[in-house]
Design a protein around this ligand. Structure first.
Ligand code: RB5
Length: 161
């Protein structure tokens, strides 16, 4: 588990992060926090604030990078986090979820092997978002038989696409 007292997960990560205009401010904050915690951050845009940009343009490349293993985990942010989750989950190999609570942030990884955390920049405060990111990064898939079995049923569905 992470050393949440110091705010630094034990393992530095290569983390991909993406947002549209609705998540731009939160994304900038999280990038600074991730760098401060010693992680490598790969940015998928939007590199500037554009009020009419579209989250799939940034979230889909991020989800592909997660699925291909170019980054270890992804953080995708839009206004609500909903569009980001919908878009990311269309990419085979991405397992994304909108999460705004600490329990799901670790349980989603431990049980469901979540690899992409989605956040709503217009919904959640910066401090809680950072806490959730740290919990998400510190969590590991348990590999328990029942969870592997359930996940394999999801992965099987992906193979039929
Ligand atoms: C864009 O205004 C907004 O719809 C988008 O950021 C996101 O909330 C979609 O789910």
């Amino acid at each position: 588990m992470s050393n949440l007292k110091s705010g630094v997960p034990e393992t530095p990560y290569r983390i991909g992060i993406a947002s549209d205009h609705g998540g731009y401010e939160l994304r900038q904050y999280l990038i600074a926090m991730l760098h401060g915690a010693g992680h490598e951050v790969v940015e998928f845009g939007n590199s500037q604030f554009q009020k009419d940009d579209d989250y799939p343009d940034f979230v889909i490349p991020l989800a592909r990078a997660v699925a291909h293993g170019d980054v270890q985990r992804g953080v995708a942010i839009c206004g609500s986090g909903v569009g980001a989750a919908v878009a990311a989950n269309k990419v085979v190999g991405a397992r994304a979820c909108l999460i705004h609570d600490s329990f799901s942030a670790h349980q989603g990884v431990e049980d469901d092997n979540l690899n992409t955390l989605c956040l709503g920049g217009r919904v959640i405060g910066h401090s809680l978002a950072w806490e959730i990111v740290q919990i998400f990064l510190a969590a590991r898939f348990s590999g328990a038989e029942r969870h592997s079995r359930r996940l394999s049923k999801v992965l099987e569905l992906e193979q039929t696409r």
